[in-house]
Design a protein around this ligand. Structure first.
Ligand code: GSH
Length: 202
């Protein structure tokens, strides 16, 4: 049995989305971070004390992007996993781009717009993060002009990884109207039934 640890209110949402897109049977254990990630049992699964974590019949993995790339390669027979080496290279590129160029700035906004107590929020950090997000959103917007998805006409794990990271933009109310192609693309990806199902989980 496949088990996925982590509430959908965390980065585990992207792995739940991947499990749903791959059409897999799995058990969802909605470990949350009100202490659940730091129990001795959970630390045996992920010594970092984080979610998500995957247990695929005894094979344990952590790091959300690694889990998604693994799931797509092993189980994504319906086109989720790209067939060519070149497309797999592009998949790694865009997945790591989302994690390194975009996610840290969105997390800064999340902390300072939603998570931190109001008197500890840093508006300057939010403004800096917004400014830092403009160039990567423009990169995605330019790239997607004339393309339906990152690798062409088919939705793949590259789209899932990028769209799941960038979904935080909605939560933190980042204005992305200056990049309408990226905005429409994200809306299309986020509207997929598999994502809607994952997002509605505990
Ligand atoms: N780079 C890791 C980050 C994992 C991470 O920081 N997860 C957060 C939730 S989104 C967490 O588990 N926080 C709880 C804690 O640190 O106790 C990944 O993508 O899986």
């Amino acid at each position: 049995m496949i088990k996925l640890y982590g509430t959908s209110m965390s980065r585990a949402a992207r792995c739940l989305w991947a499990l749903e897109e791959a059409g897999l049977q799995y058990e969802h254990i909605p470990t949350s971070f009100d202490g659940g990630t730091r129990t001795p049992e959970h630390l045996k699964i992920n010594p970092n004390g984080h979610v998500p974590a995957l247990d695929d019949n005894g094979l344990i993995l952590w790091e959300s992007m690694a889990i998604n790339l693994y799931l797509a390669e092993k189980y994504g027979k319906n086109g989720l996993w790209p067939a060519s080496v070149a497309d797999r290279g592009a998949t790694y590129q865009w997945s790591f781009w989302a994690m390194t160029e975009v996610e840290p700035h969105l997390i800064t906004m999340l902390i300072n717009r939603l998570f931190a107590p109001p008197d500890q929020r840093d508006e300057k950090a939010v403004a800096n993060a917004e400014a830092a997000l403009r160039p990567p959103f423009k990169v995605l917007d330019d790239y997607l002009k004339g393309r339906e998805y990152i690798l062409g006409n088919q939705f793949t794990i590259a789209d899932l990884n990028v769209a799941s990271v960038l979904s935080l933009a909605n939560l933190v109310k980042l204005d992305i109207s200056a990049t309408p192609t990226a905005s429409a693309y994200l809306q299309k990806c986020h509207g997929r039934p598999a994502n809607q199902k994952a997002a509605a989980m505990k």
